[in-house]
Design a protein around this ligand. Structure first.
Ligand SMILES: [Mg+2]
Length: 103
């Protein structure tokens, strides 16, 4: 399943379950994504099983893709992933992490 297919499945789930589904709800969805990242961090710190950590990371992806559905519906997320991957590949080694050598 690619990102666009995941986005469609998430959209169906949102309608089926009556979740927030308007552009005014975008900040809430982004906040929920952060909360899920916090849950993933917490699971890691507590030494939870890998499946627990993975589930929280998937929750994060759900909210991120759900947000993309409302915030940038005309953008193909698979194409954007490829473009961004190429862009990041074009950056120099340790781009933006120069502080490591400044200590
Ligand atoms: Mg969760």
């Amino acid at each position: 399943m690619d990102l666009e297919e995941m986005k469609k499945e998430i959209g169906k789930l949102v309608l089926e379950k009556g979740f927030y589904n308007e552009t005014k709800d975008i900040p809430k969805k982004l906040l929920f994504a952060f909360i899920e990242l916090g849950e993933a961090s917490d699971a890691w710190k507590k030494g939870e099983r890998e499946e627990e950590i993975a589930e929280e990371l998937i929750d994060t992806i759900f909210y991120v893709l759900d947000t993309s559905r409302l915030a940038c519906p005309s953008v193909n997320m698979d194409e954007m992933f490829q473009r961004k991957l190429q862009k990041n590949r074009g950056r120099p080694f340790q781009y933006g992490e120069g502080h490591r050598s400044k200590s």
